[in-house]
Design a protein around this ligand. Structure first.
Ligand SMILES: [Zn+2]
Length: 398
């Protein structure tokens, strides 16, 4: 089989290696040989840091306005209110460019920065029906050579408070969504048991994973997390369930966090955070210490929820480190792990990493090592998919 050689790759452990790729996977990782006559066609990475492609663990491909006209943020009338934000979103989407174009702009933004695996939530409700799911499924198909995408059937307008949604969610899973989503069972649907019955019922029926948006804070949110943990254990869904945002974990005492962290870890439930600017968020270090898989995503990029987001998961690692007060190298490495290896674990990715047998999906960038990359966020980088360069300095090539 034909091999492609990459020479002088600096690995995360600081060593410099030569890499060989065959059939889209690493076939050899060996100490740099510095041979007088390098193999024909070899790419000299000249000591650039080589990292496995980043994992974008939570995004919304259907509702971003990236690549479209600027949409000024509309504040809620009386403090953050999910229901009101959804109404703003509906109004904005009516005037937006075609979803397919917006989704492609956002995908290329993410691929350009080095994310080659992604989990996107896609809105399903009685107003839009399955239109968003059908559009994003088609976009996924078009981009399958560039990026692996998991889709979550996401009940943006609740389930019980919007009769007919449960049936649509089931249909979305039949069409090809990989996971079932949820949204604030207490504050949105005002029925924790009813909401989770539908979500976990569909997960069991279709054999899919679960990823629930949970903004509810304090003891209410904590109660919901405990209910999700209990159901995950009861259904033996270890490694297949995630709670996105889980703001409540940022509201509780260190003692309470340690207790619930151990239970979350034991159940194998992952926690997603994007380290939002104005919110308490799950304490990354404490949860990791308890054994919880913490992963990250851009979430909203220039949409009706906020104007921020650049699709760069290395920058997200920087934000997570900054907001977490991470200074030591081991802490900066942890921030990087959240957007890479932990993300791969949360998404259940096969063949992740720089190792023989792993997929040759990687990013080469100018950095001395991981901690410096997290702090400097070098934008000059080359993204390789199955050993072929597909993006350079933020733009998809070819
Ligand atoms: Zn989200």
């Amino acid at each position: 089989m034909n091999q492609t050689h990459f020479l002088n790759a600096r690995l995360a452990d600081g060593t410099v290696a030569d890499l060989a790729v065959a059939g889209g996977r690493f076939s050899a990782v060996t100490p740099a040989a510095n041979a007088a006559t390098p193999p024909a066609g070899a790419v000299d990475l000249a000591g650039e840091l080589v990292l496995p492609a980043f994992v974008e663990g939570h995004i919304h491909l259907d509702t971003s306005f990236y690549g479209d006209a600027w949409r000024p943020y509309i504040p809620c009338t009386n403090g953050f209110d999910v229901r009101e934000r959804v109404a703003f979103q509906m109004r904005n989407l009516e005037r937006a460019a075609p979803m397919e174009e917006r989704a492609k702009s956002q995908l290329e933004l993410c691929v350009g920065h080095g994310s080659l695996a992604m989990r996107s939530h896609v809105m399903v409700d009685t107003a839009v029906g399955l239109k968003h799911v059908e559009t994003i499924l088609a976009v996924r198909e078009k981009y399958r050579d560039l990026i692996d995408i998991q889709l979550v059937a996401f009940p943006q307008s609740g389930i019980l408070s919007s009769p007919g949604t449960a049936e649509l969610l089931d249909e979305a899973l039949k069409l090809g969504c990989d996971l079932i989503g949820g949204l604030d069972p207490a504050s949105f649907d005002r029925d924790v048991k009813g909401h989770l019955d539908v979500v976990f019922g569909l997960a069991e029926k279709r054999g899919v994973g679960v990823d629930i948006h949970l903004h509810d804070g304090g003891t209410l949110g904590l109660f919901e997390i405990e209910e999700i943990v209990a159901r995950t254990t009861a259904l033996s869904m270890r490694g297949k369930v995630a709670v996105s945002h889980a703001y409540a974990l940022g509201d509780i005492s260190a003692d309470a966090l340690e207790r619930v962290g151990e239970r979350i870890a034991a159940a194998g439930v992952a926690i997603m955070t994007n380290a939002p600017g104005d919110h308490p968020f799950p304490p990354v270090a404490a949860l990791r210490k308890a054994g919880v898989t913490v992963f990250a995503g851009s979430d909203n990029i220039r949409d009706s929820w906020w104007p921020y987001g650049d699709g760069d998961m290395l920058n997200r690692a920087n934000m997570i480190g900054y907001r977490s007060g991470f200074y030591e190298d081991r802490e900066l490495k942890a921030a990087y792990d959240v957007v890479s290896h932990a993300g791969a674990k949360a998404l259940g990715l096969e063949g992740y990493g720089i190792a023989v047998g792993a997929k040759a999906d990687f990013v080469a960038l100018k950095a001395e090592h991981v901690p410096q990359a997290v702090v400097a966020v070098p934008k000059e980088r080359t993204v390789y998919r199955a050993g072929t360069a597909i993006a350079r300095n933020g733009a998809v090539i070819g």
